[in-house]
Design a protein around this ligand. Sequence first.
Ligand code: PAN
Ligand code: ZN
Length: 194
Amino acid sequence: MWNTDQLLSRYDPATGTLDGASPVERRLADLRGCFADRGAFDAALALDNPVVYRVGSVAPAEGEGDLHYGVGCVMPGRIGDEYFLTKGHLHAWRPAAEFYFGLAGEGMMLLEDESDGASQMVPLRPGHAVYVPGRTAHRTVNTGLVPLTYLGVYPARAGHDYATIEHCNFRACVVERGGQPVLVPRVRSGVVCH
Ligand code: PAN
Ligand code: ZN
């Protein structure tokens, strides 16, 4: 029998955190190479190294069929015209899908199909359930003025492959145009992967 502490984790809307979760904090300096405009990135980092996002993950069990979950919180902000974002990843076990649920704020999920490279953005807001299929790179983008908070649930065996994205980055990015988020091809890159 499991005890209640293993089964229950409480979300605190005031802090955007789950109790019992192991927290990871990513600051601007941790996101080198993620933003399209490297000049704007270097200029921003010269001034400050703010927290861009936090994620707290819960791993109740590791067996086949088990689930892990986490709450992410991305701060509002931009580098040039590109909104603050998470590193993004593919799942190491490629068939692993993920379920996202928006809790607070407003943003987009940036998705990229590994098989054909097609990019898509899907709105993520409170009450939105977003299905991230397997074999799909995913990144969360805060397009609003307050922290974007969301729940993600994924197979325990999914694992995180950050290296593929660190090497090539996403093919598209979410930028502000006339006050609205739009999806555009990423142009300023030092690495040609695609
Ligand atoms: C999420 C992410 C979370 C942080 O829980 O881990 O949004 O993004 P990065 O992992 O890309 O830094 C998830 O997709 N887990 O699989
Ligand atoms: Zn994931």
